[in-house]
Design a protein around this ligand. Structure first.
Ligand code: CO
Length: 450
């Protein structure tokens, strides 16, 4: 550690997404935005991920309006967003014209840094978003989804990182969404990546397994440039390590973040109240605890509740142990996808069905698409017997999935017009393309039919 560590603050995105079901409203943010802008963060992650959907679905907010409001107050600090590659903020692949427009409008409305990832680490799914980000003047951050498997050795990540840099990535992020990156593994991985790539390296972890702070410290010792933290009321557990504590850890060392403890304390006081407000206003259950068992099951934070409700639906609410045991087998048979949206849901659903109905007796469409290569290349090979059961002798594509998708923007513009909306903004059109039903419900309350 020879240089100051830079901090990306996540309280406005991942912090509340992880701990309060993405319910933070723009009015909870506005009172402190200017104070946040004054802290000296490397960036503030404030948009994308689940926030877009949550704005429209739960908060009666226009996500684009939120972005513009953020931009007006965050004058000095880059706004960072999280983008799921060719999936944008939704769950299926979009055509290239949609991806290009979405990136263009995100930048135009205020995003400076776009963190782009793909659930399978198939970098072909990052290509269009990455090129668009650079073309429209954003900082394009290429992402490595961290997981452990026989196909996710340090040398695999180094190869991916070099490919991302060759593709034009302005920085590289290790995204450890389930808190699987153990401190000494982080040290080795960061060392290996710093030797292989020239662009800045950022680490994003979650404290789910109780390792987050230790992992950051070892990564910092190994030379990581930027780490993601959340102000205390939205830190820890399934969220990021705490901003104030990490700043204190590094104070008066060569890694000193330069963040002022008093300024952070003022912000923390505000967000402590916000958290209480959100719990009260949305009736949230904050009964979360550390779960080192995730190191075995690899199930990310938000997935457990989904899994439980699916099991109840299938009438096997009492078979959690069997499902947890089935998951790693399914994951191996499907070529070891990292468990992140949307592959986490696929593996979970398949495991539930296997336990309820017998192995691969019923195979959902998404799993078949995954096996057909429609989400991209799986890290390892799909088990031949599972492939046969799922798609018989159907071909598996080996090209970039989006190459098969015809342009969608104009088709969707017509579909929106057919709903009676002919003069909405391009931003509204992109909301509609991303989340048709919730957008129409929002438009019914806030837009006029022409
Ligand atoms: Co995260």
């Amino acid at each position: 550690m020879q240089k100051p560590v830079q901090i990306t603050e996540t309280v406005l995105r991942d912090g509340h997404q992880s701990l309060t079901a993405t319910r933070m409203r723009i009015r909870d943010m506005i009172p402190v935005l200017e104070a946040m802008d004054d802290v000296g963060y490397h960036a503030i992650e404030a948009w994308g991920g689940a926030t877009f959907d949550a704005c429209l679905r739960f908060l009666d907010e226009d996500p684009w309006e939120r972005l513009r409001t953020l931009r007006r107050s965050l004058k000095k600090t880059p706004i960072q967003m999280l983008l799921r590659g060719q999936n944008l903020l939704g769950y299926s692949h979009y055509a290239d014209d949609v991806v290009e427009d979405f990136v263009a409008r995100s930048v135009e409305n205020g995003v400076t840094i776009i963190r782009i990832f793909d659930a399978l680490n198939d970098i072909r799914n990052l290509e269009t978003a990455m090129k668009a980000a650079k073309r429209f003047g954003a900082i394009a951050q290429g992402t490595l989804i961290y997981t452990t498997s026989p196909y996710h050795k340090p040398e695999d990540f180094v190869r991916l990182a070099v490919a991302l840099e060759d593709m034009g990535a302005d920085s590289i992020c290790i995204k450890d969404m389930a808190g699987l990156l153990r401190p000494y593994a982080a040290y080795d991985l960061v060392r290996a990546l710093k030797e292989a790539v020239r662009v800045p390296l950022e680490l994003h972890t979650h404290c789910t397994t109780g390792l987050g702070e230790m992992t950051y410290l070892k990564a910092i010792e190994a030379g990581v440039d930027i780490v993601d933290t959340a102000l205390s009321p939205f830190s820890g557990l399934t969220s990021q390590p705490c901003t104030e504590s990490l700043a204190a850890t590094l104070r008066n060392t060569p890694g000193d973040t330069g963040l002022d403890a008093n300024k952070l304390a003022v912000l923390a006081t505000h967000f402590r109240k916000v958290r209480a407000d959100l719990v009260r206003d949305f009736g949230l259950n904050l009964d979360i605890s550390l779960n080192p068992q995730v190191l075995i099951s690899q199930i990310p934070g938000g997935m457990m509740s989904n899994l439980m409700s699916q099991m109840k639906q299938m009438g096997i609410g009492d078979k959690l142990e069997a499902v947890l045991e089935e998951m790693p087998h399914v994951r191996a048979e499907l070529g070891y996808p990292p468990l992140v949206t949307p592959t986490s849901q696929m593996v979970g659903t398949m495991a539930v069905l296997n336990v309820a109905l017998g192995r691969y007796q019923m195979i959902p469409r998404e799993i078949k698409e995954l096996i057909r290569g429609k989400y991209g290349r799986t890290p390892g090979p799909v088990d031949p017997e599972v492939r046969r059961l799922a798609i018989g002798s159907e071909p598996v594509i080996d090209h970039r999935p989006a190459d098969d998708l015809a342009p969608q923007v104009e088709t969707m513009r017509s579909a929106l017009a057919a709903e009676g909306y002919t003069d909405l903004s391009e931003e509204d059109l992109l909301s509609y393309i991303s989340f048709p039903d919730v957008s129409l419900a929002y438009f019914a309350r806030h837009r006029h039919k022409a």
